[in-house]
Design a protein around this ligand. Sequence first.
Ligand code: MG
Length: 238
Amino acid sequence: MRLCSASSLVAAVAAASLAWLSFAAAPSADREPPVVTPGTAGSPPSDAVVLFDGKDLSAWKGEDGGEPRWKVAEGFMEVGPKGLMTRQEFGAIQLHLEWASPAEVKGDGQGRGNSGVYFQGRYEIQVLDSYQNKTYFNGQAASFYGHNAPLVNASRKPGQWQSYDIVFHPPSPGADGKVRPGSFTVFHNGVLVQDHIPVQGDASVAAKFSGVTPTGPLLLQDHGNPVRYRNIWVRKLD
Ligand code: MG
């Protein structure tokens, strides 16, 4: 067997170093990933914008622009007259929120524990008591309302706290004038229910706003049922 000469070994090491340097300088590797302290059990991580910590509605206004009229009690808010809208607007975000439909079951189908989270005031991820409560598939809990049914029904019983973890990218205008779709990825109680599905730009039924836009408010729907919310935070992704 022929051994490498010292000079060829040096050349090989130098070439490997150059290759490493060129990789390190590539655009995908030129930004140190920021350190983020993760939360536990859904609590907000260090870089989150906290929208509701159980104390007050200072991050919110009524969907008519007036003062919010929802009740805050014992660490949660409860749906009251008119929807709630964030004072801040958002583009692409990661959202965490927890909700509970009323423990006392009333109504059925869309009339049981109905609320919803409208991204940019346009695209609704449905909140509904879907525990042993049939309705149309793209209108049950964790559906992209009117567009896409959830992969599974991961609902807990009425009155129990449930979580949504949602990644939303808004649609945007393309150079050709056509809409470039955005996307929804949704976890319901930690279970994947919407797997990077397209958001084409047509607003859900009963949306407050329409049209493709870079940013917009989050809106919690008043559908006449006393659904409760707690622990709401977002991380901006753009
Ligand atoms: Mg709804």
